[in-house]
Design a protein around this ligand. Structure first.
Ligand code: ZN
Length: 312
């Protein structure tokens, strides 16, 4: 098994000059990657520019950030060629690693735009090195930029930032610094969703549980699903008493608290997310919290109730 550290740069519609193409809001123009063996030693590299076919004007943000001009991209190969070279180079049976959660998603969206065979039939496990950096060195919630992490780890800045290849290279350097236990905190890309109840994802991490549902036509249908709203204790798998029923402070996130006689207060949070096909899916996380934190959630609910009343 190898690690493939991938970084992409993309361009987007320049409003006024070119309309956005809904199926491909971000067109990949630069692909860089580093291959590491199972001991996380760098063994190979990939670096190619993509000749654009959707957006012919460079967006301001893109050119400022990555110092690429359209004339540079004209030297690139078409996306389909670059991607086929990339998979020949990378091989299968790899773990993808990226800085942040976006690259794998955009890669798949670009591939679908060109009717290429999907990368996977099911959600893809990958390592978000930006998240892992936070878990290893900070609170797990902060998200730093790449250069911050490089400075923090005192890694030499031997090539300039903000091109796909250099960012993949620096991400790989950071990946090599992390210990094995940190790597257990993998992420799950949701470009492709579980196709049925059986494929739905239930993963237990060190101190929380994550559930990713199949797709539903809308929020209402999702919130009627037994599994979505279930709040069984994820440690002893028993039905436990719900202390605070599902409520939402904003219509997007839902919270509940249940009390397990053995494990204590379990907070569950549902996030409703839009799928690629205009449906929705649910990401539910559950974790055990202190009585004090439980009190904070109760206050949040009371505020939501109050707000609701005054609106009426
Ligand atoms: Zn329990």
């Amino acid at each position: 098994m190898n690690y493939i550290v991938l970084d992409l740069e993309w361009n987007q519609s320049n409003t006024g000059e070119e309309p956005e193409v809904k199926e491909i809001p971000f067109e990949i123009i630069d692909i860089g990657a580093i291959k590491l063996d199972e001991n996380r030693i760098m063994i190979d590299e990939f670096n190619q520019l993509v000749k654009p076919s959707v957006y012919q004007h460079m967006h301001k943000i893109t050119s400022n950030l990555i110092h690429l001009q359209m004339r540079d991209l004209q030297k690139g190969q078409p996306f389909v060629k670059v991607i086929s070279d990339f998979f020949l180079w990378s091989g299968r049976n790899n773990v993808f690693c990226t800085w942040g959660p976006l690259d794998l998603y955009e890669l798949q969206r670009n591939m679908r735009y060109y009717h290429l065979e999907p990368l996977s039939e099911t959600p893809i496990k990958f390592l978000d090195v930006q998240k892992l950096f936070s878990i290893a060195y900070e609170d797990g919630k902060s998200r730093r930029n790449l250069e911050y992490a490089i400075d923090f780890l005192k890694i030499e800045k031997d090539i300039p930032f903000h091109r796909a290849f250099s960012d993949a290279y620096y991400t790989a350097r950071i990946l090599s610094c992390l210990d094995e236990a940190t790597l257990e905190n993998y992420s799950i890309d949701t470009f492709v969703l579980p196709r049925n109840r059986k494929e739905e994802i239930h993963v237990m991490f060190h101190d929380y549980m994550k559930y990713i549902s199949r797709e539903f036509p809308g929020k209402q249908k999702a919130l009627e699903d037994r599994e979505v709203i279930s709040t069984k204790c994820y440690l002893c798998h028993k039905n436990i008493r719900r202390k605070i029923r599902w409520f939402s402070p904003n219509g997007k996130h839902y919270y509940s608290i249940s009390l397990c006689p053995v494990h204590g207060y379990m907070k569950s949070k549902i996030r409703i997310r839009k799928s690629e096909n205009d449906g929705v899916f649910v990401v539910k996380t559950s974790k055990f919290i202190s009585e004090e934190d439980c009190q904070k959630i109760i206050e949040k609910r009371n505020q939501a109730k109050q707000h609701h009343k005054t609106k009426k």
